[in-house]
Structure formats: C-alpha cells, structure tokens
Design a protein around this ligand. Structure first.
Ligand SMILES: [Mg+2]
Length: 205
C-alpha cells in the first residue's frame, strides 16, 4: 500500500509565518492567525490579491525556514514505515513563483526544509528523495497520484480531490485543522494528524 501526502499546509505549516510576514510589512498590527483568515482579510483591500501572492512567494521561498512541521506528521510517517506502508509526497509547486519572485527555487527551498526536519535521515523519517514529487500543475499532480496508485491521499485543499483525473481508487482525506473548509460534507476531513492515523491504521494502533 502507498499513501500520498500533499506538502504545503499539510506537512509544512505556514500560519505563524504568514502572520509574521504580514506584520513585518505593517499590513496589520496583529495579523489574523489562520492562513485562510489572513488571505480573506487581504483580499478585501485594493491590490490585496497581489499582496497575498507576494507573501506566498516569500513564505514558500526565501522564508521557508520559518515554516513549522505540523503536529503529528512525523508520528504518522513513522507509523507508515512500521506498517510497511510506502509514503509519497506529491506537491503542486512550480520551480519559481509567478509573482514577485526573488529568484528562489521553491522546490529547493522545500527540499532543504525537509532535510532540516530529518525527512531523509536514517535516524529520522528515512524517506527517499525519489518519493518526493513536485508537479507544475494541479492536473499533473493528480496524474502522479494516479500513477503511484495511492490508496489514500491527504491534502488541505478540497479542489485537489475534485480535479478531473483524481483517482477513484484513492481515499481522499481533507486535512482541515481549522475546520473552516467549505468542502462537501461527505468528504472525510480530519483536524489532526493523529485522527488521520486512526482512520488509516485503526483506533488502537
Ligand atoms: Mg497544500
């Protein structure tokens, strides 16, 4: 069995980093703490969409080191390893940001961050770099999920599961820590990684 996992906002958490970047720019005295709240607040301003995209380019690029490993991801990947379940990371991530790029290679930034968090260490999560896939488009991402024959796919963005080509054989899990998604109610959604572990491995693994 193979489980596929999205990267941004599913493995790497940016809520605190986005708030910091927004405060550094003087956009807020105290920025909203959730990524979605911050995005929505910015989008109400003139040029808000552009400001939001610039913040994203920084968070996913030069400031990536400030992203946090989301609580429980490491335990989940270790459970997979112990259970003989293969793990692939499949991310829709272009090499460079489309807006206000400072030239940072976003894929390199993500890979460096994974290295810093022990993803490829024998004493850490012991993943193989070949099990990390960066794709240019959402449709290439779902094609990869299908090609890998993932039995489960975990993502924070419900649009991925609705993308044409998302394999019917993959069980979708929406990682929704703030429980603020507007996804269809029949979609399996979890607020915490430990809850995802219970769905995949049973309640008393
Ligand atoms: Mg994501």
């Amino acid at each position: 069995m193979r489980i596929g996992i999205d990267f941004d906002n599913t493995i790497a958490g940016y809520d605190a980093l986005f708030a910091t970047l927004a405060e550094e720019r003087g956009l807020f005295d105290r920025a909203p703490t959730g990524k979605r709240e911050l995005r929505d607040a910015l989008r109400q301003r003139p040029e808000g969409e552009l400001i939001w995209r610039r913040l994203q380019a920084e968070a996913y690029g030069g400031r990536m080191a400030g992203a946090l490993l989301l609580d429980g991801v490491d335990r989940f990947i270790q459970l997979c390893r112990q259970g003989g379940v293969a793990v692939s990371i499949v991310s829709h991530k272009t090499r460079h940001a489309n807006f206000a790029s400072d030239g940072t290679d976003l894929r390199r930034a993500a890979t460096d961050w994974m290295e810093q968090h022990g993803f490829f260490d024998a004493m850490g999560l012991h993943m193989n770099p070949d099990d990390v896939h960066f794709e240019d488009t959402r449709s290439a991402k779902v094609a990869r999920i299908a090609e890998l024959k993932c039995a489960w796919f975990i993502d924070d963005l419900e649009e991925v599961f609705a993308e044409p080509g998302f394999p019917k054989t993959a069980q979708a899990v929406l990682y929704d820590p703030h429980a603020d998604s507007e996804a269809a109610p029949d979609l399996l959604r979890c607020r915490h990684w430990d809850e995802i572990g219970e769905h995949v491995f049973g309640p008393r693994h």
